[in-house]
Design a protein around this ligand. Structure first.
Ligand SMILES: [Mg+2]
Length: 400
């Protein structure tokens, strides 16, 4: 008899960063320490369990727990695992016809289906997506927010100390939030602090680490300050400039000229805001090669969809650099599975969420990288004792 999904549970799981995070260019307040995962566990008549983080369905506009329950009932409950994905030569190539529309809207459903199907077959997600591409997954520390504004008396030193602790914890790549000159400081003061932070971290961590910056559009409307930032930070040899300005062909042509003049080795990357990739301005930015890396979110887009996107990017020599922030501990697990699957890989965004309900003791960054999971499925199970304490108290059970 075909393996059928006969029970689904849903639970909010606190996802705690390793420390308190400050604000970025657009958040009015610091990010604090705790976010929420909505952990879905779908079980089959054959005893297989697949996992997903359905946070998007609750936090998106119009979202609610009730809607998430209704969607899980409609799309997954009572459905056979075989019907979720189309398989050719042992590889997942498309969503099943009955669920395709739902998977296009909610990428976490694609991941849930990939996990269920892979575990049912006793294979890893990478194998299902075409084969294991690498053994080690480089990852970057992504929590250097405006830490200086959390502890004003320590200022710049606070940001440098934050990054240095990441180095001590094993990271060798760091992304630094910039764009203070707008909602956090005056443009002139913000520019100066942004430059000091980048040069200060480069000085503290030495020439061998990789440094990236992310402005979350904080240089919109400040062309002269944008140029000044790029000029002044060129000695830091940044790996990439992320979302310096809002995506448009005109803005990125200007940015491309600046980059070509002052830091030709630095990549221009964007796209985490694209929920239906590629859409809007990103179609032109990709076609005209005005970006070098494209960043739709891992959990929002899903594994199969990301794999499909990869070939389109490869035609234009654009690198996949998926966004992975706000996805909780599950985001790390999902990101490692995706990184193991993609033909080209740059680095995994790590928001450094402390262990929670997963049996994932082996997930430790060593010399800047994680070991690639080898399955089955995502390669990680839920730890029953931890789940009893953290997930079960607020669990919703969905049965036929
Ligand atoms: Mg970003």
């Amino acid at each position: 008899m075909a393996d059928t999904i006969d029970q689904i549970t849903l639970a909010p799981i606190p996802a705690r960063h390793w420390t308190e995070l400050g604000r970025n260019a657009y958040t009015p307040e610091g990010l604090g320490e705790t976010r929420t995962e909505w952990l879905v566990r779908a079980r089959t008549t054959g005893g297989v369990e697949g996992l997903a983080n359905a946070r998007q369905r609750v936090s998106a506009e119009g979202g609610s727990v009730a809607r998430l329950v209704a969607d899980l009932r409609e799309v997954f409950l009572g459905r056979s695992v075989d019907s979720l994905l189309e398989i050719a030569d042992g590889h997942a190539v498309a969503a099943g016809s009955e669920v395709r529309r739902a998977f296009m809207t909610w990428g976490w459903m694609d991941t849930l289906a990939m996990d269920l199907m892979s575990r049912t077959r006793g294979e890893s997600i990478a194998t299902m997506l075409g084969g294991r591409r690498r053994d080690r997954i480089p990852a970057y520390e992504s929590t250097t927010y405006f830490q200086d504004l959390l502890n004003p008396h320590r200022g710049l030193a606070e940001v440098v100390t934050h990054a240095s602790r990441g180095f001590a914890d094993g990271f060798r790549q760091f992304k630094i939030k910039v764009g203070r000159g707008g909602r956090a400081m005056t443009p002139a003061d913000g520019l100066r602090r942004d430059i000091d932070v980048v040069l200060g971290i480069r000085d503290a961590l030495g020439p061998d680490v990789e440094l990236m910056v992310d402005a979350n559009f904080g240089y919109d409307g400040q062309p002269e300050n944008l140029a000044a930032f790029i000029r002044a930070t060129s000695p830091a040899r940044l790996t990439w400039l992320e979302e310096m300005v809002t995506a448009s062909v005109e803005a990125y042509q200007t940015l491309r000229d600046l980059q070509a003049t002052h830091c030709p080795e630095t990549l221009l990357v964007a796209g985490e805001v694209d929920g239906n990739p590629p859409s809007g301005a990103f179609v032109d930015l990709i076609d005209q090669q005005l970006i070098d890396g494209y960043q739709p979110d891992i959990v929002r887009i899903g594994h199969l969809r990301w794999k499909q996107l990869e070939s389109r990017l490869a035609e234009r020599s654009i690198l996949p650099i998926p966004h992975n922030f706000g996805n909780g501990r599950f985001g790390l697990i999902a990101g490692l599975a995706l990184a193991t699957s993609l033909d080209s890989w740059v680095t995994l965004e790590d928001e450094r969420i402390r262990p929670s309900v997963y049996a994932d003791d082996a997930l430790t960054v060593i010399n800047g990288a994680y070991w690639a999971p080898d399955g089955p499925g995502l390669g990680v199970e839920v730890n029953d004792d931890a789940y009893k304490r953290i997930g079960a108290p607020n669990e919703v059970v969905i049965r036929a």
